[in-house]
Every structure is written in structure tokens, then in C-alpha cells.
Design a protein around this ligand. Structure first.
Ligand code: AQP
Length: 328
């Protein structure tokens, strides 16, 4: 039996954080044996907000290095850069015209969050981003999309657009579904555990970047907002700060939350944070050792080889789409 196909990606913008790693990338690593895996550096998503061109170029390489240092194996999985395959934007245009509606995009909570009070002045691309994401996914006959839970609404839209296309033009597109982690699907901000950890957060105290100096990261954990009371107990409603730190340590050390609660029984928050900080420090030292061992040249070749390998799938699906809509 052939393996099911997964597709996912990260934008080369801002500093990738342990939320991106625990919610998305580490899940991909665990899935790459069971699935035929495609992982994309989604650079055309990054330009929905202003980017410095030189910085963007560096970030694209950085993201691919992060995939590799996290354990994505180039022999098992394809890694490539979105803009290398023109069918992504071509397909997004077709979906824009044939299946996506203004009412779909008006519902997107991420657009509301990212545009804030400035909706009239943000780029059209930021509004249309979920359609490009749908094109990215559907273009490779993707069946499963492993993401953090902030992307669930966008994957649902991809499902709807594929279904609508099929019902109007005939069955040609595969309908994808999201795969969300049970724990870690939403790592919260260290400075405010009621909101998700975010690369575009206004304060660096919000996140642990994968490129943070381990000593600095340790301090960020020690300063993380905790809750009233003294018990180290997993209770996201009553104790969002403590619960978030428990999830981080649990996933980084592959220890159950229950075992961690036992480890910290009768201990103070200070001891607990020290334990989490040490786990984060150890993880970062190990991760960065692997990251620093990869050269830019190696990464460029991996991205280019990856694009060559999967271009035929994109061409076939886009060819079918063109025939169905009558342009070919
Ligand atoms: N806090 C999080 N917890 C768990 N998963 C998360 N992801 C993002 N934040 C968390 C997941 O990381 C993947 C890549 O995200 P992206 O590059 O598309 O960026 P994003 O979803 O817009 O979130 P970011 O990284 O925090 O950026 P900003 O600040 O721009 O919103 C996705 O699978 C996402 O779910």
C-alpha cells in the first residue's frame, strides 16, 4: 500500500520559536517514516507583510537549516522553497476566481489578528494568504497537513475549496485534513500565557527563539509569567502559565505531564522553572550544534533538488486543473 502524503510549511519571517518547533516541525519529524512527506519554506507567504530583501534571503536558508537540524531527513522527505515552483501562485489565482469567496476570507481570525485596526492599509496578499496556502496544500495531492492549531481554520478552508472545485468541475483534487498534536498544538507566550507564542510578538520575552543563546533562553523561562498558588499542576484554565511550562518540558524531554507533576510535587515555582529552564537549555545546545554544522551551500542544493523532485506533481495537478476550467 502506498504511503499517505503530508505537506506543511513555515514562513521565513521573524524568529522561529519553540512553539513552531513543538506545534509543527517536531510533529513532522515523527511522521516522516509513516508518510510521504513534503516540507516547504513558504517564502511567498512571508511577503504578505513587508520584508527586507537581504534579510528574507537569509531567513529562507535559516528555515531550511532549522528543518534539517530538527531531524527532517532529506533522504525521507522533500524540502523545497515555495517560490521555486510557479504553480503555487498560478493555482492560487485559479482558486481565487473559481472557488474562494470574500465571505470565506472575511471569517479568517488570523487576518483579523494580523491586520488589527489597520485593515484598509494592509496588503491584499495578507487577506488572500489562506487561498495561497490552500493551493500549496492541494497542489501535491496532500492528504494530511500537520500544523499548530492556529492554522486549523486555514486547512479547513483548503478542504472547502478542494470540495467546491471538485463538485463544480469533477473529481480531480484530493481533499486534505489537518493533523493537530494533542499536547503542544498551541504553545503560549511566556510573558502572557493566555495568548499563543508568536514570532511577531512585540517583546522578545514572549518566545524562546530556536537561535536564542541558551543562557538567555534560560533567563526567559525563569522570568516567565506563572500563576497564583504554589502547586505545579496541569490546569490550562486555572494555571495557564504553569501548564504551558509543563507542556514545554514534557515535549522537550519526552516525559509525561503526570510524571512531571510528580517530579515537582511539594516543590516551589522557582525549582519548577529551574527544571524547565534546564530542559530548554539542553535542547537548544543540542539543536544549535546540529544547526551550525549545516552549510548554506548544502541547504541551497537540498532546496533545489527538492523542487526538481516534486515539480512533476505540481505540473500534473495544475495541468488537470487547467483542463477542467477550460483554459487548455
Ligand atoms: N504558539 C504556537 N504553538 C504551536 N504551534 C505554533 N505554530 C505557530 N505558533 C505556534 C505553528 O507553526 C507553524 C508555522 O507557522 P507560520 O510560519 O505559518 O506562522 P504562524 O502560524 O503565523 O505563527 P507564528 O510563527 O507565531 O508567526 P506570527 O507571529 O506571524 O503569527 C504552523 O503550523 C503553526 O500552526
Amino acid at each position: 500500500m502506498s504511503k499517505k502524503k503530508i505537506f506543511s510549511g513555515v514562513q521565513p519571517s521573524g524568529n522561529l520559536h519553540i512553539g513552531n518547533y513543538l506545534g509543527a516541525i517536531s510533529q513532522w519529524v515523527d511522521m516522516q517514516d509513516e508518510f510521504e512527506s513534503i516540507f516547504c519554506v513558504v517564502d511567498y507567504h512571508a511577503i504578505t507583510v513587508e520584508q527586507d530583501p537581504e534579510e528574507l534571503k537569509k531567513k529562507i536558508i535559516e528555515i531550511a537549516k532549522i528543518y534539517l537540524a530538527s531531524g527532517i531527513d532529506r533522504e525521507k522527505s522533500v524540502i523545497f522553497q515555495q517560490s521555486s515552483i510557479q504553480e503555487h501562485t498560478e493555482f492560487a489565482w485559479v482558486l481565487n476566481c473559481t472557488t474562494a469567496r470574500m465571505s470565506d476570507l472575511n471569517k479568517m481570525t488570523q487576518f483579523k489578528d494580523k491586520s488589527g485596526d489597520n485593515q484598509e492599509n494592509v496588503s491584499v496578499g495578507l487577506f488572500d494568504y489562506p487561498v495561497l496556502m490552500a493551493a500549496d496544500i492541494i497542489l501535491y495531492d496532500t492528504e494530511v497537513v500537520p500544523v499548530g492549531d492556529d492554522q486549523l481554520q486555514h486547512v479547513e478552508l483548503a478542504r472547502d475549496l478542494a470540495r467546491r472545485f471538485n463538485s463544480r468541475f469533477g473529481d480531480v483534487l484530493v481533499i486534505p485534513e489537518a493533523r493537530i498534536r494533542k499536547e503542544g498544538a498551541r504553545i503560549m507566550g511566556l510573558d502572557d500565557p493566555t495568548k499563543k507564542m508568536s514570532k511577531s510578538a512585540s517583546s522578545e520575552a514572549n518566545f524562546i527563539a530556536l537561535t536564542d543563546d541558551p543562557a538567555v533562553a534560560k533567563k526567559k523561562i525563569m522570568k516567565a509569567t506563572t500563576d497564583s498558588g504554589a502547586e505545579v499542576k496541569y490546569d490550562p484554565e486555572e494555571k495557564p502559565g504553569v501548564s504551558n511550562l509543563l507542556v514545554i518540558e514534557s515535549l522537550l524531554t519526552k516525559t509525561s505531564i503526570e510524571d512531571l507533576e510528580k517530579k515537582y510535587e511539594g516543590k516551589m515555582y522557582g525549582d519548577f522553572k529551574k527544571g524547565v529552564a534546564e530542559a530548554v537549555e539542553k535542547f537548544l545546545i543540542n539543536f544549535q550544534e546540529k544547526y551550525n554544522a549545516i552549510t548554506d551551500e548544502e541547504v541551497r542544493k537540498i532546496l533545489d533538488d527538492g523542487a526538481k523532485k516534486i515539480k512533476p506533481i505540481a505540473e500534473r495537478v495544475m495541468g488537470d486543473v487547467k483542463k477542467k476550467i477550460g483554459v487548455r
